[in-house]
Ligand binder design. Structure first.
Ligand code: ADP
Ligand code: MG
Length: 292
């Protein structure tokens, strides 16, 4: 039996996000909309790692942005620690933003290239109007050490780091405000496999130390298997399957999940299409042979 809803750290209910898209023309111009997220409900308990998986364009990042209130939902609600955050503004939205942090795929586009590591890592605190405890430099150096960076490099700029190191800066920045939920949106997807393994280990260690939850978005199921406790599978804006990691990996219920799993370790849309076509062919042949 599932736990009562009040115990969830994050609870998204029937989230819908429609984007305006260019109309197809005609005499009467009318706004057209595209439903990127279509009735998504999602729970993340304290301390757990929920993976959101699905092919490119399935709505994972839009869901993440809705949950973090970086964009507003068309309808539906998000509750965090029992409080409705869908309608937060002003000071309350500020406070919520320190509880939920996002680590993005490309560190170099999510870190300001003209800011030093110190300025980057202390930015979320300053956004909160708070001073780094113990002083800005000591605070920065402590966080750099915790994420496996050389604390003497606090004055450097993002371009002076490798991709893996830059992603560690992004992780340190997320940790600066002691969040309770960290959303990793393809945070390790752009890294080389060996660097990826190191960053995954780091993410796991930090969670063990801090006890926060992850909403871990990835299209790579090999990565998800290493870190998730639960998995939600997204396709065309909807969650088509959700369950404990081992249940989803070992006994997938939905055809789309089986398709994703069969494409491990890397899913490419063109393979996916080819695979679907072959599966449809086989199904058609099987149906014919049954009829005969
Ligand atoms: N701001 C936007 N305006 C219009 N369409 C968008 C916008 N953001 C995302 N989309 C569309 O919504 C769909 C889902 O996008 P996204 O959430 O980024 O998917 P994923 O992260 O799973 O790859 C895609 O078709 C994308 O083109
Ligand atoms: Mg995305």
């Amino acid at each position: 039996m599932s736990a009562p809803s009040s115990s969830a750290l994050l609870e998204a209910d029937h989230l819908v996000k429609e984007f305006a898209v260019a109309g197809t023309g005609g005499l009467i111009a009318r706004p057209e909309t595209f439903r990127a997220v279509d009735d998504v409900s999602l729970r993340v308990e304290a301390g757990e790692t929920v993976a959101l998986v699905g092919e490119s364009g399935s709505g994972k990042s839009t869901t993440a942005r809705l949950v973090a209130r970086l964009i507003d939902a068309t309808s539906g609600s998000v509750r965090f620690d029992g409080h409705d955050v869908t309608t937060l503004n002003g000071r309350d939205l500020h406070d919520f933003r320190s509880e939920v942090q996002v680590v993005f795929q490309d560190p170099f586009s999510s870190l300001n290239p003209r800011h030093t590591v110190e300025r980057i890592i202390t930015a979320p605190l300053r956004y909160q109007g708070r001073k780094p405890p113990g002083g800005s430099r000591a605070f920065t150096q402590n966080l750099m050490e915790r994420v496996g960076l050389d604390p003497m490099q606090w004055e450097r700029f993002p371009a002076q780091f490798s991709g893996g190191q830059a992603q560690r800066i992004g992780i340190a920045r997320a940790l600066a405000v002691a969040p309770r939920l960290v959303i990793c949106d393809e945070a390790v997807s752009a890294l080389d496999v060996s660097v990826q393994a190191q960053v995954i280990n780091l993410l796991r260690r930090l969670q063990a130390e801090e006890g926060f939850s992850y909403l871990f978005i990835a299209h790579d199921l090999a990565v998800v298997r290493q870190i998730a406790t639960r998995v939600a599978v997204m396709s065309a804006g909807r969650i088509v399957e959700e369950g404990d990691r081992d249940a989803v990996f070992d006994n997938p219920q939905h055809e789309y999940t089986r398709a994703l799993l069969s494409a491990v370790p890397r899913i490419r849309p063109e393979w996916e299409t080819a695979r679907r076509e072959r599966a449809a062919e086989r199904a058609a042949l099987a149906a014919q042979s049954i009829e005969r």
